[in-house]
Structure formats: C-alpha cells, structure tokens
Ligand binder design. Structure first.
Ligand code: SAH
Length: 251
C-alpha cells in the first residue's frame, strides 16, 4: 500500500494526524527533498528506508515503490503542502493504476493557506473578493493562454501565485496590464511557517524595488488583491439581524 501524504508548508506540527501516523508506521519513505522539512523524517522508524525524490526520476520513484509493494511493505510518498497543488502526483497515480498498486491520498495544509495564516489575513472579504485564484507564472511548465496572469487579473480576485518569485518583474507587469491598479497591495511570504520565514509587503508599484533590497529565494508565495488593505463589509454570518440554520436573528 502507498500513502501519498501532504506534509504541510514547513512547520512539522502542521502535518495532519493521519499523515503523521503513516510516517511513523512507514517501511519506505520517499520525500520531496527540495521543500519538505527534514524534521518530519524524525518521526520515521529507525529501520525505515528513506529516499529523497529530488535526486530521482519518476521511473526511479515508481521502481522503489513497486519493489516495496512486492515485499508487502508500506510506503509513504511525502509531498510538500497539499499534493493536489503543483505536486505532480497525477502521473504517479496513473503509474500506480497501470501497475495495480493500491494507494490513497492524505491532504495537507497548502502553502497558500499557511501564507494567509502568517499574514493573519482572510482572502474572502465581503464586498472585496469572494474568489481565490491559485495560479503561477509560466515557467518550464506551460500555462494555457486563457489562464495567463493578465487574463486572470481582470477578475480582481485575491490571487495566490506559486512558483513565480524569480519572475516577479513579469508577474507585476502582467497584473498591471490585466487591470490591477498600481496601488494594489501585494505581500510576499518566503518559507511560511519555517523558522526563517520572511514577509515583505508593498504595492504593485514598489514591490520589485523592495525585493531588490531584500531578495527572496524560490520558496515564496505571492499574494495580491485588495483584501490585503481593504475596508470591507462585515460578514453576514455573525450579523445580529441575520438568521441561518444554527442561529435565529435577534429582534
Ligand atoms: N504542493 C505545494 C506547492 C508545491 S510548488 C503546496 O500545496 O504548497 C512549490 C511552490 O509552493 C513554491 O515555489 C512556493 O511558491 C510555494 N511554497 C511552498 N512552500 C511554501 C512556504 N512554506 N511558504 C511560501 N511558499 C511556499
């Protein structure tokens, strides 16, 4: 059996209880070494065989897992954040299906949500934006034309942009070309929930200059949108005159 597990954004306490149990029980662990916090591997049994997938091809990962399956061992495939977001798990699951290898998926805290937590920010403010767009600037992986940043910018939603910090100049240009005004707030969080976490806030007009003064490495999330500095309408959920399934309106 293979358990595909989301490790969370970095803080080892942000893995799920189930993910933690699988790690403690695993015979074989293959972790995404570029981003998974190695502190999580302290949970593993001493006899567990541990592989860093940063140095492996898909075929090698699948070969290690297939061999473990033959020996009826339990494997954890540990991904950063939540595996469904830029985790490249589909191609692995397709291989498991082809080979008849049983697997399941345990979700994790994605870095775009850990970023909201460390910014102490709600992304969905009433009257400002009720939509969160998770996206990336095109890199080696192509992005379909209809999803280019300048097209998505048209919606003025809250946007969480992954895998793009090294292309910040292009990101900012696309966002402005697409319709965000230059005074739109933007926040950049490097290594959210890690001990060396860093936050830089600015506007589309000044963020590139700010980052030149304080460079960020690759593990950074870009959040853009009015929610970051908005004067918003309070949610109806807790409004006294608003009743819902669990609470009657007060008179
Ligand atoms: N599956 C992961 C994303 C993997 S892609 C998830 O759900 O979070 C890798 C990108 O995720 C990085 O380029 C960066 O944009 C973002 N990222 C991952 N961990 C992060 C963290 N702790 N803080 C900020 N951004 C992070």
């Amino acid at each position: 059996m293979v358990h595909i597990v989301g490790a969370g954004p970095g803080d080892p306490e942000l893995i799920t209880v189930k993910g933690q149990r699988y790690l403690q029980e695993a015979d074989v662990v293959i972790y995404a070494g570029s981003l998974v916090n190695p502190a999580l591997l302290d949970l593993c049994r001493q006899e567990a065989k541990i592989y860093n997938s940063a140095h492996m091809t898909l075929a090698e990962v699948v070969a290690v897992i297939a061999e473990a399956e033959q020996q009826e061992k339990m494997t954890v495939r540990l991904h950063t954040g939540d595996p469904a977001i830029y985790g490249a798990i589909q191609e692995q699951m397709d291989e498991f299906d082809k080979k008849g290898i049983a697997y399941d998926v345990t979700p994790g805290v994605s870095s775009f949500l850990a970023t909201a937590a460390v910014l102490k920010q709600e992304y969905t403010l009433p009257g400002i934006s009720q939509t969160v767009i998770v996206t990336r600037q095109e890199g080696r992986t192509p992005v379909p034309e209809r999803e280019k940043l300048h097209s998505l910018a048209e919606h003025q939603a809250t946007m969480c942009i992954f895998l793009s910090i090294t292309m910040l100049d292009t990101v900012v240009r696309e966002l402005i070309d697409g319709g965000y005004s230059e005074d739109t707030p933007i926040a950049i969080v490097q290594k959210a929930t890690w001990p060396d976490q860093k936050i830089v806030r600015g506007t589309l007009a000044d963020i590139c200059a700010k980052l030149k003064a304080e460079p960020m490495d690759r593990t950074a999330m870009i959040v853009v949108g009015r929610c970051l500095d908005a004067v918003y309408e309070p949610s109806r959920l807790y409004a006294p005159e608003f009743s819902h399934m669990f609470r009657r309106a007060s008179q």
